[in-house]
Ligand binder design. Sequence first.
Ligand SMILES: CC(C)(COP(=O)(O)OP(=O)(O)OC[C@H]1O[C@@H](n2cnc3c(N)ncnc32)[C@H](O)[C@@H]1OP(=O)(O)O)[C@@H](O)C(=O)NCCC(=O)NCCS
Length: 171
Amino acid sequence: MPKIKKASGSLTIMTEMVMPNDTNTLGYLMGGNLMRMMDIVGAISAQKHSNRIVVTASVDNVSFVESIPLGNVVSLEAKVTRAFNSSMEVVVNVFSENIPAGEKSNTNKAYLTFVAVDKSRRPVEVPELIPETDEEKEYYAGALRRRQLRLVLAGRMQPSEASELKALFGI
Ligand SMILES: CC(C)(COP(=O)(O)OP(=O)(O)OC[C@H]1O[C@@H](n2cnc3c(N)ncnc32)[C@H](O)[C@@H]1OP(=O)(O)O)[C@@H](O)C(=O)NCCC(=O)NCCS
């Protein structure tokens, strides 16, 4: 297994059409269904990077700015932004497309963290991630700050240890 892998190798795209069973009573894609898809596409992306079984450790806030109506095509694009020891941050962008109308928008974005585990569910090391494009480099640079924030919020890191956050807030 390579010790270093490119971010591009983890790119995963999932595309589905919103069908009646997927919607709420107003005829829009149910938030829970969308979160399920985000979890799956993110897990596949993390598996591609680590070649391991992965579990979802956390999902950062998901905002629902724009509803996705019945009949639209929803596509989810996931990529690992940075790998740490056993954990990987994955960014998932959601696009809603009305193909006949030629309309497409980026409706949601979230960061999910997956942990690679062995068959006994013990965390195992993952390959380092190399960002190549400007966008990948930007995601990579912000990942440490986001990791510290989520670990502080989860009670897994003392605020005093969060160097990136302290620098951000000038403390
Ligand atoms: C995620 C899990 C494996 C972490 O196990 P653990 O015994 O706490 O292991 P560790 O303390 O060694 O942490 C392992 C990694 O998880 C990360 N982690 C743990 N909790 C986290 C959280 N809330 N958010 C983000 N990352 C987290 C740690 O930062 C660490 O990352 P690193 O190795 O890259 O530094 C464990 O809590 C678990 O199995 N949770 C249930 C997962 C699950 O059932 N998900 C839904 C179905 S897939």
